[in-house]
Design a protein. Sequence first.
Lengths: 260, 154
Amino acid sequence: MKAITDLGGWLLNWLEAVGRAGIFLAQSVFRFPVRLNESINLLVKQLYSVGVLSLVIVVVSGAFIGMVLALQGYSILAKFGSEDAVGQLLALALLRELAPVVTALLFAGRAGSSLTAEIGLMKATEQLSSFEMMGVDPLRRVIAPRFIAGVICLPLLSIIFSATGIIGGLVVSVGWLGVHDGAFWSLMQQSVYFDTDIINGFIKAVCFAIVVTWIAVYQGYECLPTSEGIGKATTRTVVLGSLAILALDFILTAAMFGDF
Amino acid sequence: MRNKRTELFVGCFIVLGVLAFVYLAVQVSGLAFSGKKDTYQIVARFNDIGGLSDRAKVTIAGVAVGDVESISFDKELYMGLVKMNIVSDVNNIPTDSSVAILTSGLLGEKYLGISIGAEDDVLVEGDEIYDTQSALVLENLISQFLFKSDDSEE
């Protein structure tokens, strides 16, 4: 009997948390634009810390993943004498899967954790309550610009990841392994479609951006205001964010590319 | 002055993102910004479509002159109905031309190849090519080959 009540209680708690997170999301997004000038300033500052500072890790990992893909793809395709198709493999793998997913995972680790820690520390040092006391809504002042900056940055980062990955793969396959560059590009252009591949990859990145940033700011806002609580919340951001990305990726892929 | 620098970096970031997007669109997907090309539609019926898919290219003398718009099943004739769009520049295909489903390479993608006929009349919007050659299905080819070798043994 106790097990059943425990289960029920756990389910209710969980539903409550989901509801709180949903209301939190709606409030922080819809309350945002008050004074345009000020909110743009806040947003630019967050775009800098969330987007620009994540650029290096995204560019470097994009280039290396592109190079590794080209090497691996070449060694297998060369067995079938179709090493020209390495460009096709590279572009499709990056645009459809790797760019949105890997960028989102890196983003959860790099920007998501710092968002959680920052907001959590603000809560622990009672900056959030002092905002409230001054009559400033912390959702509007602290959460909304961070959330919107995350949603803008991740798709851009994902596109930059694709582009650097393809350039990295180009350098390895054409420059180093001696794939004919005309065949590299023409096979790639034949098989990559703007609407199904590039736009779908972009939509994936936007979905991941919303989920990851939402988890990050919510975990920061709801954490226990102690040093241990902040640590746990940061860990939860990375773990929950990564799991959510991978699960969501499967659903999105099934919806976008599953209709054979 | 810190704020100005932040804005500069953010501006660079966004411009970089947009440039990467344009690069992907133009260089990787080969998207042309010339808008929708002027085309006209012709149809053909095949006994066997094989692995032909939508957006497969239509060629004359190996040069792409259009693409497949849709493939459907013709219920009355039990045949595969292929609608294809040909660019309007190529407006001199004779009415007695034939169309075949070809394969690029041994296992490559399927495409349509039009062989030019001798008639003076040309195909216009909505016309049909009657002389069609179905896709080469490997299984049929192998079974024919097996039958032949059986016959010769007897």
